[in-house]
Write a protein that binds this ligand. Structure first.
Ligand SMILES: [Zn+2]
Length: 239
């Protein structure tokens, strides 16, 4: 059997038989990889706790015959311990893993997505900033080619004031073309910071009610995109 090396983040795991687990990784060089980790559920497993969701690991795989490879070795790169020790932060980290899982393709490298995920996990482990997850979601949308338009109205291109979030059109709308949920001036600034290369400002300075407002707007845009993507994928399978 052929061996190959890669580095990856554990997206999720599920049980297989008595002692094994199937582990789904987002790897740097091979995109999404599903692999069996043998004996991982035994107390004396040679993998220890290194194959839990959010783990960032150096991996050696045996290439399987079907769609499952086999994990031969796993060495920790990052533990992200602050994420494991804080249920709230872990939940938010897992929401990023789920989105990465939906966007990544099997055995097709997406280095940018991998690096964005590792970067966001590192930031979230370092500081409990509420804008890390929406920032990751916005960047993931942009990577997919659906960067929301937040600098000017999606209907007339005027600079505003921008007052509503037109999810279907992927951006903000002005007073004259108001459509969709209302957006506060503070949220407009945060969205512009996050997409305008000032993510650090948004991470460090965003506090108060605007946090949940922006989170809500971004999740709505992402869900809209993922649903449309799912529909186009199932249409492809039907034809
Ligand atoms: Zn307009």
């Amino acid at each position: 059997m052929a061996l190959y090396h890669d580095r990856g983040v554990v997206l999720r795991t599920y049980k297989l038989g008595e002692a094994d687990r199937i582990v789904v990784f987002l790897t740097r060089g091979h995109g999404k990889v599903r692999a069996v980790a043998k004996g991982v559920r035994k107390t004396k497993s040679r993998f220890g706790g290194r194959l839990e969701p959010t783990s960032h690991v150096d991996l050696l795989f045996y290439e399987g015959r079907g769609e499952l490879d086999i994990v031969s070795q796993a060495e920790s790169v990052d533990h992200f311990r602050p994420l494991r020790d804080d249920l709230d932060r872990l939940g938010r980290a897992i929401s990023m893993l789920e989105v990465a899982d939906q966007l990544a393709l099997e055995r097709e490298a997406n280095v940018r997505l991998y690096e964005m995920l590792v970067g966001a996990l590192r930031t979230l482990a370092r500081q409990d900033a509420p804008m890390v997850v929406p920032g990751f979601f916005l960047k993931a949308l942009a990577l997919e080619g659906f960067r929301p338009q937040v600098e000017s109205c999606v209907a007339c291109d005027s600079e505003g004031p921008l007052v509503s979030w037109a999810v279907e059109e992927g951006g903000l709308r002005c007073t004259a073309h108001r459509q969709g949920p209302a957006v506060s001036p503070d949220a407009v600034v945060v969205l512009q910071d996050m997409l305008g290369g000032r993510l650090g400002t948004a991470l460090n300075e965003t506090r108060g009610p605007v946090v949940s407002e922006v989170d809500h707007l971004v999740v709505r845009a992402l869900e809209h995109h993922l649903e449309r993507r799912l529909r186009s994928v199932s249409a492809l399978h039907r034809s």
